[in-house]
Design a protein around this ligand. Structure first.
Ligand code: SF4
Length: 1426
């Protein structure tokens, strides 16, 4: 049994396609000509293969023409011929050339499996003196570097290195692997030279990939090959697309009653189902294994399954069914593994699966429609509400998308417009093909123009607004279309404003909640800022008024009248509810099918379901792609086949609707009737970047909203409450009947430092009457956001209008969780006035309620306001010919910061004063007798360079790894700026903002500490300094008694939401009196109370800039913006290798597009590197930790300057441990302490024996065992040491916190000796000892599904860079030997590489085997003592 390198690599091509059984069947395949001919090779695969060959040949020709190629003869480097090969290479005098045609055999000891002849595409030869370096290069016609490429190249490189290492010391193999890829996938513009511009040169490190490849070759594949065939892991589902064994596996699944029959279940879900079945069988003492099959080849295997004897007595699905009816088993499963229990509910479509349901009479536990479907092999309607499939429609548009799997680009789109008028149907068909690069670039435009024209024509022709619905088959198609349009809306291709409106119009139609994107969510701010508040010096006021009136009134004709009349007309509209209600615009047919019905199909593809419904089956995606590659998109056949897919979709919708109607389920299933189609796009800004930023900000909100809403539909384990009272007052208390942990974890999640919106009481829950659950599920969050927006900050009780009362008032109230004690939750409620759901409802029977998450977002509105404010400022400056405001310049002008006018106006003078101060503080620093902490006012080398940069420029970036004193440098810089200006007798005010309260508190503490030292030195070394006494240092907190500092010298800090009221513009204050309803009442209140306290600031400091979105910066910038930008300063500090904001949209990555969609730090750093100053002194780490972290930032272990670090702690701990008589002498601690003197880094790997525990909870409990032991041990020997337990998952945090509290007492946590929290909330903090808990990764199903999350380099960097003295990584074998798919993304590749570095630099101990940790190693102790 032998494999080619390509086969091994292909087996690992993607996380979802990988199947052990397919490898095994491949290996067992009977190799005959007939079998090969019969094997169905995917057309997509063969098309790609042909293209790959073409690309390789193309590169060969280029190198040949450039005389850079040696074409080796066949077998040129096998056996004895290596000498000949090396001589040929060394005799060639060229310093650089390439080899083609190298073929050789892998050395035997490289792998435990037989590898066939290796044939790398090219080998680059570089010579320097007597040294020769060989680099393996593969030619791939892909668009990106893939896992399979890396594995293939790594096998070549390892085999070459092994073959040459003994006899040829002057020849080395490069650690770099290279893939040459074409710049695009069209043959017409393949390059004519090989250089970095023409050819995509993807590189990776062989040494990172090597451990994975070694495992694959020596463990993973040999293990699969050794197993009994029936024991090899498998499961039919989505991944089987294109697999040649699908028929056989489908038969097998049916005969075995395999869990694959539960439609739509994938890896993690299948594991949960298997776990439930196996647990049930264990409980019943049933056998877990199947009968042995006598099959030595794939032919025997298939024959066996097709034969009659293969009906197995054991069926997973039958047992699953039986398990669901065993209440005792279900209760124990729920107690032992809530995650499995919850997955079970979701997969099996059990609406409410909790034992308490007996009390509330909603138990659908008895029969799962999904199980029924699997048992009876027929479609079973699920009878659950589904939001996005309409009951009625006039017109429908059906889209079909063809994507090139290699380039990930859309190459063809078809859409079918069916217009149904008075019984007749008109059909408009369109298929757009991107057969060339130019056409692909123009595809979005062609689509947008067609859709817009088509819909507008329909709307114009209709007597009443028509009901139009959009459809796609799969969520992928919808995402592809949205991302294409998002790129269009946010990228560089926009041509005209009218086109932008059309793009946004199409986006509106494609997302679930278009209200946001078409902007009626902000009408008051929009009009308030952009029209009414502008005054006479802004051009096009009348045109703007006409535009908004036209949009808001929905008229086709342009409104006429004077500016005053138009203003009055507009003012009359503002404040009223604008635009139609929430409209579901797009239906994803596949989702509708799987949400409303259970199908006896392994994969719901358009082809499979049309067959099922007896509709003409369209061509498969594979067939379409083959047509596209065959003819370059030129054939009519492709166009017809694309259109047939759209027609099939339309038929499918009709059939589904009819079927549900026949089953009398349509009212229940299709909860939405479709309102008329009426999309209004409001123009937000004339500036394209601002406009895009605004659009993206709102799009992010839409995605959040979508998640919350769909979670309400999919939730199967609800939070159920029983009302307790009091009857006559608020807040109310409820007993939690189920899912208490969901409330607890959300409370924990809210109180953290990273929750910047926590300045408000959000009422972010819905309390729903259990008898009217659908009212909660289909609750329109956005509509009620509008209603609540102006009142929520003041906690005013809600008054809804009559219609809304009809819709929700009788069943739903808004709730804020005040606290949870034991299983009693206290809720403050906002109840609709006059609604059916009143205080009395609470008293009546039944008293059961469900608590559901509500979508609340006050912040997007504020950001929108800030961006519009920038737009107004920009317009005013255009009118007065003054340079654009700072925010605009920051967004749009790549080189703006080079200009003289953008350098600080006082730079020269300031630098001179700073020079004098530097000398003074250095003298103090060098004074004898001064205590260490008194020396901190002196800037060290890199800090001083940063300070000079700050003084020179308006904008500067202070960048540094963890522990390099960013906060200290910022605080010192703030004091120094004030001191410099005080020397000029100039008042100076500084405002600081950050993403987390933690960062703000740290900054404030640092400023206070430095100021105190400065004051203590006052009389000794300085003349009387007025500023030192007068400097006001305060934290801005959001409250009704909001205080804005008024002193001449002040430093204040607050989250960006607290900075807003400080920064609010004077024009807004004027407008609050002009049209009071338009303005946020809290602002009005603030200014009524403190009308004279508003001052502008001179410097804005943003800390943790990597988490601060560019749109947040628009808010913060308001605090300093002025007409004289050069007199202001912005200092942004951060670390781009720590956690960044999580964005849901895929924004343009084109280097030509300014990176405005991420953090402000990356926005500035990427194109203004000369403004960046790196801090090099390190004040946190002990030297080995410093060297380890340094590698990530600079690639070497030198360069940082470790100054402090709690070195003494390790020394003391080892000493105490050696001397102590009552310290734990288990092997684990012996090893840890013994090694601690060599390295403060330790890796503790959970023994594989623990992996037998199969539920996630079991794994976390074992990890918690270890954490408890470690915390106890270190606390015993070093009671003063602070410890962090970093848990990537919230579930880990919950379990470990409980265990530490119950076994070690609550004081450790309450006194902050130990903190347990997620990575996100540990960023910016530090402790003496860190336990980074990645042991949960031993749970394989979770681990395999979370590779991107676990190996994210930023998350790993933050986890491992918190300690001052010691860092202990709790790992699993999985974590250190991940599947190759970890190489898929650059972020996770880098994360894995960083973990490997840690492991190599750390001590290593395995824990949890059979009593190992209890063994006392006296010999070890003695050795240490000696
Ligand atoms: S059909 Fe699916 S389960 Fe069967 S071998 Fe192929 S990928 Fe594996």
């Amino acid at each position: 049994m032998s494999f080619t390198a390509t086969q091994i690599a292909q087996f690992h091509r993607s996380a979802h396609s990988n199947c052990d059984l397919s490898l095994r069947l491949q290996a067992n395949k009977v190799k005959t000509a007939e079998a090969d001919a019969a094997a169905q090779v995917s057309k997509t695969k063969s098309a790609l293969f042909a293209r790959g060959h073409k690309w390789e040949k193309h590169l060969y020709d280029i190198l040949h023409d450039q005389r850079l190629l040696i074409h080796l003869q066949k077998d040129s480097a096998t056996g004895d011929t290596w000498d000949q090969f090396i001589r040929a290479v060394q005799d060639d005098n060229r310093p650089l050339f390439y080899l083609f045609g190298l073929e050789f055999h892998a050395p035997e000891h490289l792998s435990q499996i037989e590898i066939r002849t290796l044939k790398p595409d090219f080998v680059r030869v570089e010579k320097e003196g007597s040294k020769t370096t060989l680099t393996v290069i593969e030619a791939k016609s892909s668009a990106s570097l893939k896992v399979s490429h890396q594995i293939q190249i790594c096998i070549y490189a390892l085999a070459l290195a092994e073959s040459l290492k003994t006899n040829y010391p002057d020849v080395s193999i490069s650690d770099e692997g290279i893939v040459w890829m074409p710049p695009t996938l069209t043959t017409s513009i393949w390059p004519s030279v090989i250089d970095d511009v023409s050819v995509q040169n993807a590189t990776f490190s062989i040494s990172t990939v090597q451990p994975l490849v070694t495992t694959i070759l020596n463990k993973r594949i040999p293990h699969i090959l050794k197993q009994e065939l029936e024991a090899v892991e498998w499961g039919v589902g989505e991944r089987c697309a294109g697999c040649e064994f699908e028929d056989g596996c489908s038969i097998r699944a049916r005969k075995m009653g395999d869990v694959s029959l539960v439609g739509g279940s994938r890896g993690k879900e299948r594991a949960a189902l298997k776990y439930a079945v196996d647990s049930f069988r264990r409980k019943q003492s049933q056998p877990l294994m199947q009968t042995k099959i006598d099959a030595s080849s794939e032919k025997d295997w298939n024959a066996f399954w097709k034969s009659d004897q293969s009906n197995f007595p054991i069926s997973d699905v039958h047992d699953l069914h039986a398990a669901l009816h065993d209440a005792e088993f279900i209760a124990s499963l729920r107690a032992q593994s809530p995650t499995t229990f919850s997955s079970l509910g979701k997969i099996l479509c059990l609406q409410v699966v909790v034992p308490v349901m007996g009390q509330v009479e909603r138990c659908s536990m008895s029969e799962s429609p999904v199980i029924q479907c699997a048992l009876q092999s027929k479609v079973v309607p699920k009878s659950q509400p589904y939001l996005l499939f309409p009951r009625v429609e006039h017109d429908s548009m059906h889209f079909s998308v063809l994507k090139d799997p290699e380039s990930d680009k859309i190459v063809a789109i078809s859409f079918l417009h069916l217009s149904r008028k008075s019984g007749s149907v008109t059909i408009e068909c369109n298929t757009m093909i991107g057969s060339s690069v130019a056409e692909q670039i123009n595809l979005p435009k062609a689509l947008v123009t067609r859709i817009a024209a088509s819909v507008k024509a329909t709307v114009r022709a209709a007597r009443e607004p028509p009901r139009i619905q959009f459809y796609v088959f799969s969520i992928n198609e919808r995402e592809d279309l949205i991302n294409m349009l998002l790129n269009e809306a946010c990228g560089t291709q926009l041509e005209t404003n009218a086109y932008l409106v059309d793009v946004q119009f199409c986006m509106n139609a494609l997302v679930d909640n278009p209200d946001v994107l078409r902007a009626p969510f902000f009408p008051s701010e929009l009009i308030h800022y952009a029209s009414l508040g502008l005054g006479s010096n802004v051009p096009r006021l009348k045109a703007d008024l006409q535009y908004y009136l036209q949009s808001l009134e929905g008229t086709m004709s342009v409104p006429t009248g004077t500016v005053v009349a138009l203003k009055e007309r507009l003012a009359a509209i503002v404040g009223e509810k604008v635009g139609p209600s929430l409209i579901p615009r797009i239906a994803v047919i596949k989702d509708a099918l799987s949400a409303t019905c259970a199908f006896p199909l392994f994969r719901l593809t358009l082809e499979s379901v049309t067959k099922f419904f007896d509709i003409p089956t369209p061509s498969t995606e594979d067939d379409l792609f083959a047509l596209w590659t065959r003819d370059g998109g030129l054939s009519d056949e492709l166009k017809i086949d694309m259109m047939n897919r759209s027609i099939a979709q339309a038929n499918l919708c009709d059939r589904l609707r009819n079927m549900l109607a026949e089953a009398n389920l349509i009212q229940k299933v299709l909860v939405n009737s479709l309102p008329p189609f009426q999309v209004i796009n409001l123009k937000l800004s004339d500036d394209p970047l601002l406009s895009r930023l605004m659009f993206a900000t709102q799009y992010e909100m839409v995605r959040d909203l979508q998640e919350v809403r769909s979670s309400r539909f999919l939730e199967t384990e609800m939070i159920l409450l029983k009302y307790c009272g009091p009857d006559d007052s608020f807040p109310k208390t409820f007993k939690v009947l189920s899912n208490l942990s969901a409330i607890q974890s959300s409370i924990n999640g809210q109180t953290g430092a990273t929750d910047i919106s926590n300045d408000f009481k959000k009422f972010d829950w819905l309390l729903v009457d259990c008898n009217k659950l659908e009212a909660g599920q289909s609750f329109n969050d956005l509509l009620h956001m509008n209603q609540l927006r102006n009142v929520a900050n003041q906690y005013v009780r809600l008054a809804l209008d009559e219609t809304e009362i009809m819709q929700i008032g009788a069943a739903v109230s808004f709730a804020n969780v005040e606290n949870v004690v034991d299983n009693i939750v206290t809720l403050d409620l906002v109840i609709a006035r006059n609604a059916g759901f009143t205080l009395k409802t609470l008293d009546r029977q039944p008293k059961h309620f469900a608590l559901m998450r509500r979508y609340v977002d006050w912040n997007t509105s504020k950001i929108a306001r800030a961006l519009i404010d920038v737009e107004v400022l920009r317009l005013q400056r255009v009118a007065t010919r003054v340079p654009a405001p700072l925010m605009i310049r920051l967004l749009s002008e790549n080189n703006a910061f080079n200009e003289i006018e953008f350098q600080s106006s006082s730079a020269h003078e300031d630098l001179e004063i700073e020079g004098n101060l530097y000398t003074t503080y250095r003298e103090i620093y060098n004074l004898e007798g001064l205590r260490d902490h008194e020396r901190v006012l002196h800037f060290l080398d890199s800090q001083h360079r940063a300070m000079k940069g700050i003084l020179k420029n308006v904008v500067s970036v202070v960048w540094g790894p963890p522990g390099n004193g960013k906060t200290h440098s910022l605080a010192l810089a703030a004091l120094r700026l004030i001191e410099i200006n005080a020397r000029k007798n100039r008042p100076y005010r500084i405002i600081m903002s950050a993403f987390t309260h933690e960062a703000i508190n740290n900054f404030m503490e640092k400023v206070q500490e430095l100021l105190k030292i400065r004051k203590s030195l006052l009389f000794q070394y300085f003349d009387k300094s007025e500023w030192v006494e007068q400097l006001e240092v305060s934290k801005l907190e959001y409250s009704n008694d909001y205080v804005i500092p008024t002193s001449n010298w002040c430093i204040c800090a607050g989250t960006v939401w607290c900075v807003v009221p400080v920064a609010v513009r004077k024009s807004e204050w004027a407008l609050t009196t002009y049209i009071p309803p338009l303005c946020n009442r809290s602002f009005a209140k603030t200014f009524q109370k403190y009308p004279n306290k508003r001052h502008s600031f001179d410097t804005l400091i943003i800390d943790e800039g990597s988490q601060f979105l560019t749109c947040h910066a628009a808010l913060a910038f308001q605090a300093i913006d002025s007409t004289d930008v050069r007199s202001k300063k912005v200092i942004i500090a951060g670390d781009d290798k720590q956690l960044s904001p999580i964005l849901k949209g895929l924004y343009p990555t084109d280097p030509a597009v300014r990176p405005i969609f991420g953090s402000i730090l990356s926005c500035i750093m990427r194109s203004n590197s000369h403004l960046t100053h790196m801090l090099k002194e390190n004040f946190r780490f002990v030297t080995p930790l410093c060297k380890f972290t340094q590698q990530l930032y600079t690639g070497t272990t030198d360069g940082f300057d470790p100054r402090r670090g709690n070195q003494g702690l390790i020394r003391d701990a080892v000493q105490i441990w050696k001397n102590g008589s009552d310290t734990d002498r288990a092997m684990l601690f012996n090893t840890l302490m013994w090694k601690a003197t060599e390295t403060p880094l330790s890796t503790i790997v959970l023994s594989k024996a623990l992996d037998l525990q199969s539920s996630l909870e079991d794994h976390i409990h074992r990890e918690a065992d270890l954490v408890v032991k470690l915390v106890r041990f270190f606390h015993t020997i070093e009671p003063e040491a602070t410890m962090f337990v970093i848990t990537p998952h919230r579930l880990q945090r919950t379990i470990i916190t409980k265990r530490v509290t119950s076994e070690l007492g609550p004081e450790l946590l309450s006194k902050h000796t130990v903190k347990i929290d997620t990575v996100e909330r540990m960023q910016g903090r530090q402790a003496d000892i860190i336990f980074a808990c990645f042991g949960f990764s031993s749970h394989s199903p979770t681990f395999h599904n979370e590779l991107d999350f676990i190996y994210n380099i930023r998350r790993i960097n933050v986890s491992l860079s918190r300690p001052r003295a010691m860092c202990i990584l709790i790992a699993s074998h999985n974590l250190l030997n991940p599947p190759a798919f970890v190489l898929n993304e650059a972020q996770s590749r880098e994360g894995f590489s960083h973990l490997l570095r840690f492991q190599r630099a750390s001590s290593y101990v395995e824990w949890g085997g059979s009593g190992e940790d209890e063994i006392v190693l006296e010999a070890l102790l003695e050795e240490l003592t000696v």
